[in-house]
Every structure is written in structure tokens, then in C-alpha cells.
Design a protein around this ligand. Structure first.
Ligand SMILES: Cc1cc2nc3c(=O)[nH]c(=O)nc-3n(C[C@H](O)[C@H](O)[C@H](O)COP(=O)(O)OP(=O)(O)OC[C@H]3O[C@@H](n4cnc5c(N)ncnc54)[C@H](O)[C@@H]3O)c2cc1C
Length: 405
């Protein structure tokens, strides 16, 4: 186990500075354009792939960095550049984490590299859990997976919604119900390989923020995948379902929940990147904007806003680093520390970007300055990967043991 440290080592600092350069030189200057275009910024993903920033190797190195801060540092820098482009570059990792959390070594080795493609032929991947009638309530998923024993194939039918990279992904990871009577314990995750018949994109959503990231419905109509596409394998699933049917406790982790638990601190770090970016713009502006014959920062009313913004950003980062360190060192989240980090970081991003707009006055309200985009982008951080209310529910249950609804 690596001792907890708040002082990133030379390796982490080198990665941070490298990513910061890419965020400042490549992502930030392109942010407004791709926000307006509302399209996946393929040239920027390609550029990131050429440099090794968009690659399985890079994320695996950060993910397994024993300091625990590899992923939070990477996410914060990329999203400091721009959240929409940041998500276009990192959206694949949610699907990769699903395979890492639920797959066998062979499945990880087969599918994770295909999700990223190569620098010459970049690909993205999608994680499809949410459905029109099952957002916060993951146990209500209707997408069915039925096993066709004669062919050793799984048949998937249903409609997924809100999938980042849905329909444009090379590899889709789909969470489906094998036994609806068991609720979330009757679910499993499946790989849908590239070019599989029956999978199509439904509507692409026009969004309030993170508009460079593609979000769409995914329709599964008689999709047949080979037996080996069931993440974790059939033996493990059968044993898990048998335990759940007997009503045994600890019948195994729910597939979607295992993915979200592992990814919450990373999502919190993305929110911190947005908050820090907006704070820096506001601080510069407050020092240079003169009203009543002095820079506006010389008013306590403005300076105290900036003090609170900075304090909350740093507090959020501490929660994220702690949770990430705990996850890497296999410390159980006994008080839902992963949820705490995501809750606080998401709320902080919304608060800080709103304050930044206020400090910029009229300019904050225009697209000439980036803070209105940052504010729009921040709003998703209290919604996806579990809304703020759901994070509070998870924390409240963890600290009380009570069946809070
Ligand atoms: C841009 C974007 C990208 C996304 N990417 C993905 C993705 O890649 N893959 C994927 O699977 N999903 C993705 N999602 C889906 C996202 O995770 C869901 O939107 C989210 O979980 C909320 O579900 P919902 O929208 O159905 O809201 P609902 O669950 O309907 O919630 C509506 C409101 O009710 C509140 N609420 C619900 N239940 C309770 C409760 N018990 N107590 C208190 N309040 C409650 C919620 O907090 C919320 O405020 C994405 C969503 C968006 C918008």
C-alpha cells in the first residue's frame, strides 16, 4: 500500500504538466468552435492519440498508479482545457472501466484495446446503462438479455438512452436484465462488438452543455452476441444468480454499480477542472476590471467570492484524491467516499462557474468569454454518474445503515 501523500511525485507532476500543455495549446483554443458545432472533435481525439494521451496504455498507467492521483490529475487538466472536448477524449474510459470492473483477463485483453483503436484509426466506446424509464433507478432496466443455448449466443432487445458515444462507438458495453425478478441483481454487462447487426443509433441529443461530446439513444433490436461477450463469463453469472435467487446476502456486485463506483472520483476530478478554469478567468478579470477607480477585486464583496471559490475547489480536490487513493489501494468506501467526492465536486463546479459569471458582469453572459460555456458544462456534473440526490442517498445509507428512500 502506498502511503497517502498530498505531494504528487515527479511522475505525476510530469504527466500534469504534459497534459496541461495539451489542454492549453490544443483543447482550449478549439473549445468555442466545437461547442458551437455540437460534433465529436475527431481531429482533436486523433491529435491526442498521436501524442499517446488518447490510448489504453496511458489510462491504464494512470489507473494503476499506486499514488491514486494519476487519474484525477489527468482528468482535471484535460477538463480545465474544455469539458466537452475533455469528455470526447475520455468518454471511452467509462466503457473501459466497465470491462475492467466486470470482465475476465481475456475479455479485458481483447476488448479494451479495440475501444481506443490506433493513432492511425482512432475509435471510441460507449457504456449503455440508462434507459428512458431507468435513470437513477438502475434496477428498473428493461433491456433483456436472453441466452440461446443452441447457438451459445445472447440476444439483446431494448432501448438505451443518454449514451455518451452511443451509436458512433466501435465497441458498446450494454447492461441488460437476465432475470427481471431479481432487479439489479439479475443484471449483467455485455460487449456488443463492432458491426453487430441490430444495434443502431436513435436520436442524438442537442444539449445545454458539454456539446462537443456525443450523447444519443442506442436501439437494440434482436442483437445477437457470442457467449464470450458476457462480461465475467456465464459460470460466474449463473453462480451469482443462484445466490440471489436463494436470497443470499452479498450475491455479487451489480454490474452498472461496479462501473459507477470505480468512476465517481474521476468524474469529480473533471468537475474540478471546469471549476478551476472558471475561477482562474474570474480572478484575472477581477484584478484588471476597474470600476469606481479601482480593480473590482479590492471590494471585499468580490474578493470574498473568490476566496470561497478557491476554498471549495481545494476541498473538492482533497475529497477526490482521498477517494481515488482509497480505490487504488482497495480500501472499501465505508462512508461512500466515492459518492462524497463526486457530490461535492459537481456542486462546486456549478457554484464556482455561476460566481465566475457574476464576477465578469455583462461579459460573463456573453460567448466572448468562456465562463458561460463553463457554467453550461458544469450543470451535467450534478446529473450524470448519479445525480447529487442519488449521491446523498448512497452516503446517507452508508453512514446510517438505514433503508433510506
Ligand atoms: C450528457 C449526458 C451523458 C450521459 N452519459 C451516460 C452514459 O454514457 N451512459 C449511461 O448509461 N448513462 C449516461 N447518462 C445518463 C445519466 O446517468 C442519467 O441522466 C442520470 O443517472 C439521471 O437519470 P434520469 O435522467 O433518468 O433522471 P431521473 O432518475 O428521472 O431523476 C430526475 C430527478 O429526480 C431525482 N430523484 C430520482 N430518484 C430520487 C430519489 N430516490 N430521491 C431523491 N431524488 C430522486 C433525481 O436526483 C433528479 O433530480 C448521461 C446523461 C447525460 C445528460
Amino acid at each position: 500500500m502506498t502511503t497517502f501523500s498530498l505531494d504528487p511525485g515527479p511522475d505525476q507532476i510530469a504527466v500534469r504538466d504534459w497534459l496541461h500543455g495539451f489542454a492549453a495549446d490544443v483543447i482550449r483554443p478549439a473549445a468555442a468552435e466545437w461547442d458551437e458545432r455540437e460534433e465529436t472533435p475527431w481531429p482533436i481525439i486523433q491529435e491526442a492519440a498521436k501524442l499517446g494521451i488518447y490510448s489504453l496504455d496511458f489510462y491504464a498507467q494512470q489507473f494503476f498508479d499506486p499514488s491514486g492521483v494519476g487519474i484525477p490529475i489527468a482528468m482535471e487538466e484535460l477538463f480545465w482545457g474544455d469539458a466537452g472536448i475533455g469528455l470526447a477524449i475520455t468518454g471511452t474510459t467509462l466503457a473501459a472501466v466497465a470491462v475492467l470492473a466486470n470482465g475476465t483477463d481475456e475479455q479485458i485483453g481483447t476488448w479494451a484495446p479495440q475501444m481506443f483503436g490506433t493513432p492511425e484509426d482512432v475509435k471510441v466506446a460507449a457504456f449503455c446503462s440508462s434507459e428512458p424509464d431507468a435513470g437513477s433507478d438502475v434496477s428498473a432496466l428493461r433491456t433483456r438479455a436472453v441466452y440461446d443455448e443452441a447457438k451459445d449466443e445472447w440476444v439483446l432487445n431494448g432501448t438505451k438512452t443518454w449514451a455518451t458515444n452511443g451509436g458512433i462507438a466501435h465497441v458498446h458495453v450494454v447492461v441488460a436484465t437476465v432475470d427481471p425478478e431479481l432487479g439489479s441483481r439479475g443484471q449483467a454487462s455485455f460487449i456488443v462488438p463492432p458491426g453487430t447487426k441490430g444495434l443502431s443509433q436513435g436520436q442524438k441529443f442537442k444539449k445545454h452543455g458539454i456539446r462537443a461530446s456525443h450523447t444519443a439513444e442506442v436501439v437494440l433490436d434482436g442483437v445477437r452476441v457470442p457467449g464470450h461477450c458476457l462480461l465475467g463469463g456465464k459460470e460466474k453469472l449463473d453462480a451469482r444468480l443462484a445466490r440471489a435467487r436463494e436470497g443470499a446476502r452479498g450475491g455479487g456486485k451489480n454490474a452498472a454499480m461496479a462501473t459507477f463506483e470505480a468512476s465517481r472520483p474521476a468524474v469529480g476530478a473533471q468537475a474540478i477542472g471546469i471549476a478551476r478554469a472558471a475561477y482562474e478567468v474570474a480572478l484575472d478579470y477581477a484584478k484588471t476590471r476597474v470600476q469606481f477607480g479601482k480593480p473590482i477585486i479590492e471590494n471585499q464583496g468580490v474578493a470574498f467570492q473568490l476566496a470561497d471559490m478557491k476554498t471549495r475547489i481545494d476541498a473538492a480536490r482533497l475529497l477526490v484524491w482521498r477517494a481515488s487513493w482509497m480505490a487504488v489501494n482497495n480500501k472499501p468506501f465505508t462512508s461512500a467516499e466515492g459518492s462524497m467526492s463526486k457530490l461535492y465536486a459537481g456542486e462546486t463546479a456549478k457554484y464556482v462557474t455561476a460566481q465566475a459569471m457574476q464576477i465578469l458582469g455583462g461579459n460573463g453572459f456573453t460567448r466572448e468569454y468562456p465562463v458561460e460555456r463553463m457554467h453550461r458544462d458544469s450543470a451535467i456534473y450534478t446529473v450524470f454518474e448519479g445525480t447529487s440526490e442519488i449521491q446523498r442517498l448512497v452516503i446517507a445509507r452508508a453512514i446510517s445503515g438505514a433503508p433510506i428512500r
